[in-house]
Design a protein around this ligand. Structure first.
Ligand SMILES: [Zn+2]
Length: 367
């Protein structure tokens, strides 16, 4: 027997961090497939990440990608424009300048790279090594009234410690925040905050007046490195992501932030598909979650007894305000049904680590 109840959701839901792949990685997933999955799970607007192959670090790749976004959107009949981040390198400031004038570009994405030019995330060569570049990018996004999002994982500490530790995450956050202090009013996003310490750094910078938002992703709110909520039938590699999952205390701290009144918390999926074969063979990091983003938040909202307004802030209004995406403030009542997740990603080419999870899924709108 299934339980049917209702919940109030924002009419427009924004997923401000998602990997659409496509181009040479269409076998993992495509923009069209991701948008189809997003629509199925009530997401209206998706912002895609630029660590594609080739990477979105030139205006010509950007134009190719936004053409594909428009074609996919049109073929699904989606009412909203979809968005994309433009990737920074140490050598493309002029291209960043031009890209930020593009109406589909929500901001700049910074991935850290080490001295030897190796990216810390799975993907093509993309990223920034020099603090001077970060400084220039902060000034640029401030001038254009856009944002810059940071993947925080310090390459030198990863090298030193041999893994992606919390310290690697917090040291990079500190580095970004200290540069941000020199460029007041530049808007920055700290991506996929995974630990209590990282969240506290962002909260204290907000108190100091820095315009910094933190992204919270469903995977860090539901899973942790202790194996909580993992499907025992799946290889642990399917729970491997960047930043890494941390302890249950970290997870619980992040969950509590949902219930705060902080307007600079953005919920996003960080859906990052790799094929089953790639995950098993190459141990790539990334968890697909755009179909579970809304169900996880609904499920936690019920548990935490969050107000309708707070749910709307988390799923839409906070991202709308911080990232400058104008959307309707309308709320709609939807039926939700508690069920065991059996969703497929890219027709099953990608293993769904949420398989078997009991969540409240939105069904249809009520009158
Ligand atoms: Zn990502």
């Amino acid at each position: 027997m299934t339980m049917l109840s209702t919940i109030t959701l924002p009419k427009v839901i924004i997923d401000s961090h998602c990997h659409g792949r496509d181009l040479k990685q269409s076998y993992k997933t495509t923009i069209l497939q991701v948008l189809r999955e997003a629509r199925r799970s009530s997401i209206s607007i998706t912002a895609f990440m630029p660590n594609t192959n080739p990477a979105i670090t030139t205006v010509s790749v950007l134009e190719d990608y936004t053409r594909r976004m428009k074609t996919a959107r049109r073929s699904l009949g989606l009412p909203h424009e979809q968005l994309v981040y433009f990737g920074a390198t140490d050598y493309n400031l002029k291209q960043c300048d031009e890209a930020l004038d593009h109406p589909s570009v929500v901001g700049i994405k910074d991935y850290p790279i080490g001295e030897e030019g190796k990216s810390v995330t799975t993907g093509s060569h993309i990223g920034v090594a020099n603090d001077d570049t970060i400084f220039d990018l902060l000034r640029l996004v401030r001038e254009k009234n856009k944002v810059i999002a940071f993947h925080c994982d310090d390459p030198s500490i990863i090298k030193e410690e041999g893994k992606h530790t919390i310290r690697a995450e917090t040291e990079y956050i500190k580095r970004v925040l200290s540069i941000a202090r020199q460029v007041p009013n530049a808007k920055i996003v700290i991506c996929h905050v995974s630990s209590k310490e990282s969240a506290q750094l962002v909260l204290s910078a907000q108190k100091d007046g820095i315009k910094v938002a933190m992204e919270l992703m469903p995977q860090y709110l539901w899973f942790d490195a202790e194996g909580t909520n993992w499907n025992p039938e799946l290889d642990p590699v399917f729970y491997h992501c960047f930043n890494n999952l941390r302890t249950s205390q970290d997870r619980e701290f992040l969950i509590k932030l949902l219930a705060s009144d902080n307007r600079n918390i953005l919920i996003a999926s960080d859906s990052a598909c790799h094929t089953k074969e790639e995950k098993l063979k190459n141990k790539f990091g990334g968890i697909p979650s755009n179909q579970e983003m809304v169900p996880v938040i609904i499920t936690l909202a019920k548990k935490l007894n969050l107000s309708d307004e707070r749910v709307a802030q988390l799923l839409s209004f906070n991202a709308s305000d911080f990232l400058g995406i104008p959307v309707s403030r309308e709320l709609v009542t939807v039926h939700v049904r508690q069920k065991i997740d059996d969703l497929k990603y890219n027709h099953g080419a990608v293993v769904n680590p949420w398989k078997g999870t009991k969540l409240f899924f939105p069904c249809k709108k009520t009158k």
